[in-house]
Design a protein around this ligand. Structure first.
Ligand code: PEP
Ligand code: MG
Length: 326
C-alpha cells in the first residue's frame, strides 16, 4: 500500500475524469511544514498560529512571527498556497500572559476574532507580520470564528490600517494577498451569501461547526456520539457554504478533520469543495482515493446523502457505492 501511494507524492490532486482540487496540510508550528511538504501536501491550508503564542512568558514579537510565517512559505515550492489563520486563542486554548476571564462557556465566549478585535495592538502586530511574509510566497490569511459581516469588516478595517502603516514605511508586502474567513459558526453559514461578497475564500472548520450545530462540546465524551460530521445537517451546511462561495466566484476549502476522512472525501468532492486541508499523514491516502473516483459518481453520492436521515446511513451509503473507502 505504501509503495503504491508513493507515486502520488508529486502528482496533482485530480479525479480519474479530470476534476482538479487542492490537497494541502494543517500545521501548528513552522517546523511541521517540512513534514507536510515531504508527505506531498501542495501547500498549507491552515497554519494554527496560536501555537506560536503558547508555552511562553510573553507575546511573540512581530519579528519572531514574521520569521515563522516566512519560513513556512519558503518550505514549499514557489507559488504554493500558504493559508495563515490569525490568532484563535480562548476556548480550550489559554495564554498565561493574557489575563482571560474565567467563563461559564469558554467555547461560546471571548475567543479568536472576538478577542483580537478587542486587543487591537496584539492583532495589529500579527497582521503586520503576516503581511510582511506575503512578500515571500503565496501567503493568504483568514480570520477564525467569524459570526457576522460586521466582524469581518472590523477586522478588514484594522488590516487596512496596518497596510497604510507599511506603505508609509515602504515595507514590502503583497497588496493583493487573499483574505478569507473560517466558516465554523452556523450563523456564518446562514449568511455565507453575504460574507462571500466580501472575502476571497472560505475555509470550513468542521471541528467547531459540528460542535456548534449539534450543540455538543467537542471535548465532552458524554456527548461525543453527537459529534457527527456526516450528519445530514452538517452536509447541508457544507453544501450551502460551497454554493454561496461559488456564486460569487470564490473558492471554498475545508480545514476541519473531516477534510481528511476517506469516507467523507467522496461527498465533499461531490459537493464541489475546492481545497482539502488535512494532517500530513492523510495527504497521500486522500490523493490516491480521489484519483480513483469520478466526479460524476461523487456528485451522485453527495446528492443522495443530502436526503438521508442519519450519519450512519450516509456512511453506509458511501461504502456501498465505493467499497474502496471502507
Ligand atoms: C475547526 O474548527 O474545524 C478548525 C479547523 O479549527 P480548530 O480545530 O483549530 O478550532
Ligand atoms: Mg475552529
Amino acid at each position: 500500500h505504501k509503495e503504491q501511494m508513493k507515486k502520488y507524492l508529486h502528482a496533482p490532486s485530480v479525479t480519474s475524469d479530470g476534476h482538479k482540487v487542492e490537497i494541502v496540510s494543517n500545521i501548528g508550528n513552522p517546523g511541521d511544514a517540512l513534514g507536510a511538504n515531504r508527505n506531498g501536501a501542495e501547500g498549507i491550508g491552515l497554519f494554527r498560529t496560536e501555537f506560536l503564542y503558547m508555552g511562553r512568558a510573553d507575546f511573540p514579537t512581530e519579528e519572531e512571527q514574521f520569521k515563522a510565517y516566512k519560513e513556512v512559505a519558503e518550505t514549499f515550492k514557489e507559488g504554493s498556497p500558504i493559508v495563515i489563520r490569525t490568532l484563535d486563542i480562548g476556548g480550550d486554548k489559554e495564554l498565561d500572559y493574557l489575563d482571560l476571564p474565567n467563563e461559564m462557556n469558554p467555547f461560546l465566549g471571548y475567543r479568536a476574532i472576538r478577542l483580537c478585535l478587542d486587543q487591537k495592538e496584539m492583532f495589529k502586530t500579527q497582521l503586520r507580520a503576516i503581511l510582511r511574509a506575503s512578500a515571500y510566497g503565496n501567503v493568504k490569511m483568514m480570520y477564525p470564528m467569524i459570526a457576522t459581516v460586521q466582524e469581518l469588516r472590523a477586522a478588514n478595517a484594522i488590516l487596512a490600517e496596518v497596510k497604510q502603516d507599511l506603505d508609509a514605511r515602504q515595507i514590502p508586502y503583497n497588496s493583493a494577498m487573499e483574505v478569507g474567513i473560517m466558516i465554523e459558526i452556523p450563523a456564518a453559514v446562514l449568511i455565507s451569501d453575504q460574507l462571500a461578497k466580501e472575502v476571497d475564500f472560505f475555509s470550513i472548520g468542521t471541528n467547531d461547526l459540528v460542535q456548534y450545530t449539534m450543540a455538543a462540546d467537542r471535548m465532552n465524551e458524554k456527548v461525543s456520539h453527537l459529534t457527527q460530521p456526516m450528519n445530514p445537517s452538517i452536509l447541508r451546511l457544507i453544501k450551502m457554504t460551497i454554493d454561496n462561495a461559488h456564486k460569487e466566484g470564490k473558492w471554498a476549502g475545508m480545514c476541519g478533520e473531516m477534510a481528511g476522512s476517506l469516507i467523507a472525501i467522496p461527498i465533499l468532492l461531490g459537493l464541489g469543495l475546492d481545497e482539502f486541508s488535512m494532517s500530513a499523514g492523510s495527504v497521500l491516502p486522500a490523493r490516491m482515493l480521489m484519483s480513483n473516483l469520478k466526479i460524476e459518481d461523487a456528485k451522485k453520492i453527495a446528492n443522495e446523502a443530502l436526503n438521508m436521515q442519519s450519519a450512519a446511513d450516509i456512511e453506509a451509503h458511501v461504502i456501498k457505492s465505493l467499497p474502496a473507502v471502507a
